[in-house]
Design a protein around this ligand. Structure first.
Ligand SMILES: C=C(OP(=O)(O)O)C(=O)O
Ligand SMILES: [Mg+2]
Length: 427
């Protein structure tokens, strides 16, 4: 029994300068665990609620004092005396305590901070690294392929690109460290290219560049050129991935892309994405259709689901019930995993387990507003999900996750396995 004796909260800042929550859980043994919660910008409308104070006089309404009070009040009271190693039981108790479907009473930010900090405390109490503590029965630790967002658009940058994320996927390598190095070299090569073409090298929220490009194809052409300039083979070693975040530009049943000066029907937008897949080594498209456009998701999955990975982010919001519905109706073939979309670690693990059983891929993911917290790195390794999406190499909040994975790879030594190309080969 790893008895919880104290739960403390702290209001800290995220990478966008907005307040967020950190929790520290102390056990009777004296061991402690600390975790911080991130925050999204292009949030799915079915996400659990991130409780904000709404007082415009403080952080423009984004304060988290109420959530902090919930964390240190009712949540702390409910956790004291419980076993930190009983993650499922703790998280069930937290859900019951909140009592709402969307965690709007206590706030998903308050609940997740506590939930994650319990896991860290239990790991410390057991004398295990977090990825060992969270290890899923029968699965060996696996270092994930990084999906690195090198050109930012959409809600994450104020440039002309409608597609939110253009990512590189360094998969054709033996070790995580080699893949990361390749990704970073491509990122540096891209910076040089942008400079040469007189385009700005300022970065967006996730650390990727945010140039004013003339549409998606120019962004992808630049990335391909950067992959070659860095000495890697596009597709074979470093592939491409997109997060369209299509809910953001879905209006009146049309996909309105300012950069293409066009409003697409769902069929036309499927054609457009298929043409990109034909012309570029794209292995994964996230939120290629809007969260409410189930017909669009069905069409896109029929069209591309056997060729590439189609990831539901806003569509599934890390919710096992929405995922189950999606599996039943054949929507997509992968789920993005963001613990703060659902609000507890236990429910996050349940969604990942369901995906595994259903043959859906799972990608552990950061949010666009991040902290130095590295829990998702351990989560990816423990669940052997094979992929992690955590931005570019130019911001310390993103680099922290990559550095954690480097440390895990070293710690595992000769037992370290890298997911590599096999992680993408399910379709
Ligand atoms: C990471 C993402 O952005 P946000 O955190 O803004 O939802 C995403 O959409 O996948
Ligand atoms: Mg997304």
């Amino acid at each position: 029994m790893h008895e919880i004796t104290r739960v403390e909260g702290l209001e800290i800042l995220d990478s966008r300068g907005n307040p967020t929550l950190q929790a520290t859980v102390t056990l009777a043994s004296g061991h402690q665990g600390t975790a911080a919660v991130p925050s999204g910008a292009s949030t799915g409308k079915r996400e659990a609620l991130e409780l904000r104070d709404g007082d415009p006089a403080r952080f423009g309404g984004k304060g988290v004092r109420r959530a902090l009070a919930h964390l240190e009040g009712p949540i702390a009271a409910a956790l004291r005396g419980r076993d930190a190693a009983d993650q499922a039981g703790l998280d069930l108790a937290l859900c019951d305590l909140d009592g709402t479907a969307d965690k709007s009473r206590l706030g998903a930010n308050a609940l997740l901070a506590a939930s994650l900090a319990c896991a860290h405390a239990a790991a410390a109490g057991r004398g295990l690294p977090l990825y060992r503590h969270l290890a899923v029965d029968g699965l060996e630790p696996l270092l994930p392929v990084p999906l690195m967002n090198v050109i930012n658009g959409g809600a994450h940058a104020n440039n002309s690109l409608d597609i939110q994320e253009c990512m590189i996927v360094p998969h054709g390598f033996e070790r995580f460290g080699e893949a990361l190095q390749a990704g970073v070299e491509v990122f540096h090569a891209l910076r040089s290219l942008l400079q040469r073409y007189g385009l700005p090298t300022a970065v967006g929220d996730e650390g990727g560049f945010a140039p004013n490009v003339a549409g998606t194809r120019q962004a992808l052409d630049l990335i391909l050129e950067a992959i070659r300039a860095a000495g890697y083979q596009p597709g074979e070693q470093v592939a491409l991935a997109l997060d369209c975040a299509a809910s953001e530009f879905h209006r009146d049943d049309r996909y309105v892309l300012a950069g293409e000066a066009r409003a697409f029907t769902r069929a036309e937008f499927s054609d457009y994405l298929a043409s990109l897949v034909n012309d570029y080594p794209i292995v994964s498209i996230e939120d290629g259709m809007a969260e409410d456009d189930r017909a669009g998701w069905g069409q896109l999955t029929d069209r591309l689901g056997r060729r590439i990975q189609l990831v539901g982010d806003d569509l599934f919001v890390t919710d096992v019930h929405l995922l189950a519905e999606g599996v039943e109706h054949g929507l997509g073939n992968a789920i993005l995993i963001k613990p703060n979309q659902i609000g507890t670690l236990g429910e996050t693990l349940a969604a990942m387990a369901y995906a595994r059983r259903a043959g859906y891929a799972a990608i552990a993911s950061h949010r666009s507003g991040e902290t130095g917290d590295t829990t998702i790195a351990d989560l990816a390794v423990a669940t052997a999900c094979g992929q992690i999406k955590t931005g570019s190499a130019s911001r310390s909040d993103r680099v922290a996750k990559y550095n954690r994975l480097l440390a895990i790879e070293r710690e595992l030594g000769s037992a370290a396995r890298f997911a590599g190309t096999a992680a993408l080969g399910r379709h």
